[in-house]
Design a protein around this ligand. Structure first.
Ligand code: DGL
Length: 326
């Protein structure tokens, strides 16, 4: 009983259950006003909101979900995809309005910008605008690649990311040599390929990557500076024939820390982290220590700025495929 008394407030806080006083008004014909009081409970769960312009952020969510399978909302701003061709101001306004609209119906404590373009363009102003929310951003994993000893690093990213001060200073700070390649159509082409996985769409993706590859000489690794590109990591690895790195696991660790206060420090885990983050060969992804037994998405809410037939099912399928392949 004593334990129950102690745990009860914790349960209430974690689930954001708030007692509220409700009174109902009953007007009877002959009687004066009659009030009925009662205490009811509102139960509004806390959610961590992931935002991307489309399907790319699913790769980030999958990493976070494996570390912390809590309540998530995945917001795909498919009406405004791609962000990569938009201005800083446009991206800030778009993401701000998404947060405002989701906040109306859900209790949001943490927002993850599962998008390099949104992070480099808008995270600073979003933090100023929503002081009560904790923001986690996604940036090209240049530090990780440099830490692995790569002296010459190719970064593939959107045109919007490539021109942001946040990205330029990140690239400038590292001792490694950075070659930035702006991929003008790649994110949209990945959307098209996941929508219709035809040979024609695949060849178009490959062409863009071969074109980018032709611009690079003597490099040690490739950083994927857009969450969409993680979905075609194996294709990038085959074409560039070098280790390919993404920053999703770093974001997942940050989600774990911000939401629970726990840090992922286990060294065995870190070793596996490196194995997992660098796809040296297309088959290396299947050799992973982390197994998701239950790839259910029951605690993830999917939201879209433009509704399309079967879109939610498509996202769930892709999400489960990412989890299964990791
Ligand atoms: N997935 C996003 C990123 O990481 C945005 C791609 C786009 O919409 O252009 O940059």
């Amino acid at each position: 009983m004593q334990i129950f008394k102690r745990l009860l407030p914790l349960f209430f806080v974690q689930n954001n259950i708030r007692p509220i006083l409700i009174f109902s008004l009953k007007i009877c014909q002959k009687q004066p006003l009659f009030y009925k009081f009662g205490i009811y409970f509102t139960m509004k769960k806390n959610y961590t909101l992931f935002i991307d312009s489309g399907i790319g952020g699913l790769s980030t969510l999958a990493e976070a979900y494996k570390l912390l399978p809590q309540n998530y909302i995945y917001y795909s701003d498919n009406a405004n995809c791609p962000y990569g061709s938009k201005t800083k101001k446009q991206i800030f306004e778009i993401v701000k309005n998404i947060i405002l609209s989701v906040k109306k119906s859900y209790n949001i404590k943490v927002v993850v910008l599962a998008c390099n373009t949104a992070t480099t363009s808008a995270i600073k102003n979003l933090r100023k605008t929503f002081g009560e929310i904790k923001f986690i951003g996604t940036e090209p994993a240049i530090k990780l690649a440099a830490g692995l000893g790569y002296k010459k690093i190719v970064v593939l990213c959107t045109p919007a990311t490539a021109k942001q001060h946040k990205y330029l200073s990140l690239a400038h700070k590292t001792k490694s040599k950075i070659k930035t390649i702006k991929m003008f159509k790649l994110a949209s082409s990945i959307e098209a390929y996941f929508d219709t996985p035809s040979q024609k769409n695949k060849v178009w993706l490959q062409k863009q990557l071969y074109f980018a590859r032709a611009k690079c000489k003597n490099f040690d690794g490739v950083v994927l500076g857009c969450t969409h590109y993680v979905l075609i990591e194996n294709m990038v690895q085959k074409i560039f024939n070098k280790p390919v790195i993404n920053g999703n696991f770093g974001v997942a660790k940050q989600v774990l820390f911000v939401c629970t206060g726990l840090r992922q420090q286990n060294t065995a885990f870190s070793d596996n982290f490196c194995k997992n983050q660098i796809s040296k060969s297309p088959s290396s992804n299947s050799n992973n220590f982390r197994n998701i037994k239950n790839s259910s998405t029951k605690n993830i809410i999917f939201m879209f700025s433009r509704q399309e037939d079967g879109i939610k099912e498509k996202y769930i399928k892709t999400f489960n495929q990412i989890l299964a392949n990791k």
